[in-house]
Design a binder for this molecule. Structure first.
Ligand code: NAP
Length: 254
């Protein structure tokens, strides 16, 4: 059958998004809901009311599931209540933390916390939910990578290591699971105006040098990621596998 616009529709699908309380996770959740998916919003602090309200505004439906992704012991097993209730069609591994300290002094406990949230939990969630998708013969996993999946960054060695690992894990899972109907891809956002980048925007020198290098001439907004996420979550991307899609206003091309 030739292409139809409803290949982008997520009607009847269930999507689980981690880190859905704020920023990119919130914007992607609202985008997936606007495209028709039911959302399971994963966070570790509160009931993510703002995200739920924005989803209701686009006539979407959602529920919340609280779990601390820095506590990786038996993480897959902790998801069992969700997996017993739902077939997850779309998993967005978005939750992430950043810790800024030069490499020579970089705190090892913080290194481990960044690794637990940014990569170890991503593997465990992908394994638990990926197995359900494989049994179903279909699924979409979208990992949130970074420009620091390609570049070194400054004063964030734990973050850079975790995001390089995200790019590698995306390709490794894609290689094993593409033949089973599960597409695994990543989105690498550029410089997006969220809590994660507040320190950079508050530093006039860094802010200016970042802005000067972005061909689009502006910081990205979280909403700039939503359409890409809908594409990678939808039937329209069924032959896209193991790709890290940069959404950066042109930064990497410069
Ligand atoms: P953000 O607003 O700080 O979002 C991070 C989300 O992760 C928050 O909702 C946070 O919840 C959640 N989270 C943190 N620790 C958690 C834990 N232990 N358990 C469960 N959830 C946890 O920043 P963001 O920019 O939207 O970041 C989203 C993703 O995009 C991250 O993976 C980040 O590395 C990536 N990224 C961002 C940029 C950028 O320029 N902003 C660029 C490249 C990649 P709480 O707020 O409740 O703690």
């Amino acid at each position: 059958m030739s292409f139809q616009l409803d290949y982008f529709s997520l009607k009847g699908k269930t999507a689980l998004v981690t880190g859905a309380r704020t920023g990119i996770g919130q914007a992607i959740s609202v985008g997936l809901a606007a495209a028709g998916a039911h959302l399971i919003l994963v966070g570790h602090r509160d009931n993510m009311q703002e995200t739920q309200e924005k989803i209701a505004d686009v006539n979407g439906t959602s529920e919340t599931f609280l779990i601390d992704l820095s506590d990786v012991d038996n993480l897959g097993a902790k998801l069992e209540p969700v997996l017993a209730k739902y077939q997850i069609d779309i998993l967005v591994n978005n939750a992430g933390v950043i810790y800024r300290e030069p490499a020579a002094a970089h705190n090892v406990q913080e290194w481990n916390r960044v690794m637990d949230v940014n990569i170890n939990s991503v593997f465990m969630l992908s394994q638990a939910i990926g197995n359900q998708m494989i049994a179903n013969g279909a699924g979409k996993i979208i990992n949130i990578a970074s420009l620091l999946s390609f570049q070194g960054g400054i004063n964030v060695p734990s973050y850079t290591a975790s995001k390089h690992a995200i790019a590698g894990l995306t390709k490794a899972l894609a290689n094993e699971w593409a033949s089973k109907g599960v597409q695994v891809n990543a989105i690498a956002p550029g410089y997006i105006s969220t809590n994660n980048t507040e320190a950079l925007r508050n530093d006039d020198v860094r802010n200016q040098s970042i802005l000067e290098r972005i061909p689009a001439g502006r910081w990205g907004q979280a909403d700039d990621l939503a359409g890409t996420a809908v594409f990678l979550a939808s039937r329209a991307s069924d032959y896209v596998s193991g790709h890290v899609l940069v959404v950066d206003g042109g930064w990497m091309g410069r």
